[in-house]
Design a protein around this ligand. Structure first.
Ligand SMILES: [Zn+2]
Length: 340
């Protein structure tokens, strides 16, 4: 609990002291105008306690951001905006008003860039219409927009009014010349937002080199090509935790079939287990059929597609060429398998 120039605390901890001190600016110098805007007090105070780690005790910063996100995504719903301001439990929800508030500020910093974000926050605190008075959420948005030159309506619709968060699937492959092809998809945890438009950071690395790339994600199925100066052995999704996102999946695929009506076998020729990669996202079971060169059906089974992959046993097949066909669930794909 804090009052101008004075903090009352029921205990002593680094974070609590930082949080209450931050309220001297965010809460006391500029007070939330309505209970709807409570996150301006508590989100900022929580974020500033995190920033104390980032700038004064950086060894604790990655764990702090991760812990905020883990708590926020522990449930699929909840907006920063408080629809029922008589609901005290919701008003002071640590998951939403405090932690989501803090991480939405962190994402605003990521979207606006450090210099514009911090300039916008200083302008907000020093605005003569707000200082030693009160502010609405729209006042903060206006200052961040003025400092960054960005329109933040879409962001605020998704992250202040909307509920939930995205969970990403990254599929990537790299050719011998270093060119990475990547498809980025997201699902959302709540129907109030059908797509979160965000800059998405991915770090490619190998044992001695790494490179961070930022992908401007505007639609599902979006394809990116990225020229790297090295062969990557892994890709890390949002390695510095800028985003609120769920249990993301990064898949390195040996061949590209993304977004196409195409099925690709790897390895091919095959002499043991192979994987059939589908270009289409398929949720339902599909019918897998394998025909030999004379058109004779040698295998037919229903298979479940996981992450666009169908495992294919070839051990029982004798050497030669086969047609592999996948039908059902809205797809009809064919490819050729060479059994060694
Ligand atoms: Zn507080």
């Amino acid at each position: 609990m804090e009052h101008q120039t004075m903090t009352f605390m029921g205990g002593w901890s680094y974070e609590l002291a930082a949080h209450e001190l931050a309220h001297q600016w965010f809460g006391d110098k500029v007070t939330c105008a309505t209970w709807q805007d409570l996150w301006l007090n508590e989100g900022f105070a929580t974020y500033l306690s995190g920033l104390c780690y980032e700038f004064l005790a950086p060894q604790y910063w990655p764990g702090w951001t991760r812990a905020q996100v883990d708590d926020i995504v522990s449930l699929p719903d909840g907006s920063l905006r408080v629809s029922d301001t008589t609901d005290i439990a919701r008003l002071f929800s640590s998951r939403l008003t405090y932690r989501k508030g803090a991480m939405v500020l962190h994402m605003l910093r990521w979207v606006c860039g450090d210099s514009a974000f911090f300039a916008g926050c200083r302008n907000y605190l020093n605005d003569p219409d707000l200082a030693y008075g009160s502010a609405y959420t729209a006042d903060l948005q206006a200052h961040l927009e003025a400092a960054s030159g960005k329109d933040l309506d879409g962001f605020m619709d998704d992250w202040y009014t909307g509920e939930g968060f995205p969970t990403y699937t990254v599929e990537w492959t790299q050719d011998a010349n270093g060119l990475v092809m990547l498809q980025l998809d997201q699902s959302t945890s709540h129907a109030s937002v059908d797509f979160f438009e965000l800059p998405v950071p991915i770090r490619f690395k190998n044992g001695s080199q790494d490179q961070l790339v930022v992908l401007d994600h505007t639609s599902n199925g979006q394809l990116f090509s990225i020229q790297l100066p090295f062969q990557a052995d892994s890709a890390l999704f949002d390695p510095d935790t800028w985003l609120i996102s769920g249990q993301n999946l990064v898949l390195r695929v040996p061949v590209l079939a993304f977004g196409q009506d195409r099925a690709v076998l790897y390895p091919n020729p095959a002499d043991g287990d192979a994987i059939l990669y589908l270009g289409n996202s398929v949720q339902d079971p599909v019918r897998l059929r394998i025909m030999d060169q004379s058109g004779r059906l040698v295998r037919e089974q229903d298979v479940v597609v996981a992450d666009r992959r169908i495992p294919l046993r070839t051990a029982e097949l004798s050497g030669g060429a086969y047609t592999v066909e996948v039908t059902g669930a809205g797809v009809a794909l064919r490819t050729v398998l060479i059994k060694q």
